[in-house]
Structures are given as C-alpha cells and as structure tokens.
Design a protein around this ligand. Structure first.
Ligand SMILES: Nc1ncnc2c1ncn2[C@@H]1O[C@H](COP(=O)(O)OP(=O)(O)OP(=O)(O)O)[C@@H](O)[C@H]1O
Ligand SMILES: [Mg+2]
Length: 148
C-alpha cells in the first residue's frame, strides 16, 4: 500500500473517511492524498473563457481570486490526518467534477485505494449513497472504501 486518495468536502462522513484512511496509512506507511474538487459557476466560467487571451496574467489573477486554492476543508482534513499520526500528506484542490477528479488523481498517482464517505454535505436523507460516492465507485479502477 503506497498511496491512498481521499475525497474531502468538509462533511462528517468525509471526516470519517479521513480517519479510516489515516488508520490504514499509519498501519501501512502509505501516503495520503487529500482531494477536494469544486466546480466554477457557469457564469464565471463563461466570463473566464471570454477573457482576453492577450492578458494571461490578468486571467491567472482572476482564476486565483475566484478559486481559493486552499479550501478550509483541506486544512481541516490535513490536521485531522496528521493528528492520527500520518507522516506523509498531500492536499490537492482541483476544479472539476468531484468523482472524476478523485478517480483522475488516483489514476495519475497510481493510488492503491480510494476512500470516500457514503454521504457528503448534501441533505437528501432518503438517498443511501451520494452522487459523488456512487460515481467514484462506478469510475474507479482501484478498490474503493466507502465510509458510512
Ligand atoms: N467536492 C468534493 N470533493 C472531493 N470529495 C468529495 C466532494 N464531494 C463529496 N466528496 C466525497 O464523497 C463523499 C460522498 O459525498 P456525496 O457528495 O456523494 O454525498 P452527498 O453530498 O450527501 O450527496 P449529493 O452531493 O449527491 O447531494 C464525501 O463524504 C466525500 O468523501
Ligand atoms: Mg455532495
């Protein structure tokens, strides 16, 4: 077990996913890769796309302003994992579809395992699986642990 990717969204199930992944990491020495994904609002995306190509720096500045590269949930998850004794932690904030980004990060880093919560910050209590956990299970090419 070399690398474990964990999807975090600041929810309690995601915290439990971090705890479970941290326990496996401590037992095996695997690196933890925490991933949080956010999607830009369509309006903002359109604006960015029509931003003058001649001003790449301004465009970069705008992107940086619109997308906080260090979301609070990543900091919290990192602190949580470190507190459980995990030695090696990487935190990635990415833009895109969460499940696709979680699986994409796992593929690129040749992760042995993906860990997600069963539910996240969504509020439809009647649904057993959230859309991100479900899609992650559907797309993943490595084992997935889903934490209740
Ligand atoms: N934006 C995200 N970035 C990274 N991981 C995420 C993100 N959203 C959810 N996850 C991961 O997926 C798990 C399940 O969350 P999911 O979003 O599927 O459930 P939900 O919020 O209850 O439902 P839905 O979002 O479909 O309304 C979370 O515990 C977390 O591990
Ligand atoms: Mg959700």
């Amino acid at each position: 077990m070399k690398r474990i990717v964990v999807g975090v969204d600041g929810s309690e199930p995601a915290d439990r996913a971090v705890d479970a992944a941290a326990a496996i990491s401590v037992a095996t020495g695997a690196e933890l890769i925490l991933v949080t994904a956010s999607v830009l609002p369509i309006v903002v995306k359109d604006e960015l796309e029509s931003y003058p190509q001649a001003e790449p720096q301004a465009r970069q500045d705008l992107e940086r302003l619109l997308v906080d590269p260090r979301p609070a949930c990543l900091y919290r998850a990192r602190g949580r994992a470190a507190g459980k004794g995990v030695k090696s932690i990487e935190a990635l904030a990415v833009i895109g579809d969460p499940a696709e980004e979680i699986v994409g990060a796992a593929d690129r880093r040749h992760a042995d395992l993906v860990v997600v919560g069963r539910r996240g910050r969504g509020s439809l209590e009647s649904i057993v699986f959230g859309s991100v956990s479900l899609k992650t299970m559907q797309l993943a090419k490595c084992p997935v642990i889903v934490v209740p």
